[in-house]
Design a protein around this ligand. Structure first.
Ligand code: C5J
Length: 222
């Protein structure tokens, strides 16, 4: 299909689906399920569930159109060589990164907790970007992948809104990508942070990008 006009804040944005990537951030068991990284930090992981069905719908629409779909996972090498000591030492969690929990070692690649939840599992051909930080561009090949595919627009969703989604949007915006955030496809352990983070994206004429939702994006793409 040619250009699609998405209703969004602060105003509509025309996208070319062939030059748009859907980036699903960190929908991993470690953030979504009891016993993972998110819960060790004292969070109620059930607050993130609201994003699952809207992301599933957006994924289905993107797959139908043949859009580029990229999933990210936050985590570290088993030897933790890429885990900054300052990150591992941070706070007073019940278990630290690398400790053994009910879903294997916390936030470590290859462990069950590091996997994307089954409802949103990547299908063959979709890219997975493993990242050691909060932003999906930092210490990954994401920018190279996007440039090689002539992508100019990113639809960025996942968890959590104010941490990894926001960091990725900021990184993408600085690299010249137009970033659209579907509000209902993001979630936070802190609902007030979710709301504020979304407002920050589209304030000041869209200082970091656009905010829309799965329904408006899917109707533009249909
Ligand atoms: C966090 C993330 N919240 N994926 N990671 O530590 O947002």
């Amino acid at each position: 299909m040619s250009a699609a006009l998405i209703d969004a804040e602060p105003g509509p944005i025309a996208i070319d689906p062939a030059r748009t990537a859907l980036i699903v951030i960190d929908m991993q068991r470690d953030f979504m399920e009891p016993g993972g990284f998110g819960e060790t930090l004292g969070n109620d992981v059930s607050l993130l569930r609201s994003a699952v069905e809207p992301i599933k719908a957006l994924l289905a629409g993107a797959r139908e159109l043949g859009m580029l779909v990229i999933h990210t996972r936050e985590g570290h090498r088993p030897d933790m060589a890429d885990a900054p000591p300052a990150k591992v030492a941070r706070g007073a969690p019940s278990m630290r990164i690398g400790d053994v929990g009910p879903m294997g070692r916390i936030l470590i690649r290859g462990e069950p907790g590091h996997e994307i939840i089954p409802e949103l599992a990547p299908v063959p051909g979709e890219l997975i970007v493993d990242k050691p930080g909060k932003g999906a561009f930092y210490a990954t090949d994401l920018q190279l992948v996007l440039v090689n595919r002539a992508i100019d627009t990113l639809i960025v969703c996942g968890v959590t809104t104010e941490v990894c989604v926001h960091t990725t949007v900021r990184e993408g915006n600085d690299r010249g990508f137009r970033c659209v955030v579907p509000a209902d496809c993001c979630a936070s352990y802190f609902p007030e942070f979710h709301e504020t983070a979304l407002r920050m994206v589209c304030a000041q004429g869209g200082i970091f990008g656009w905010v829309s939702d799965s329904g408006r994006i899917l109707s533009a793409l249909s």
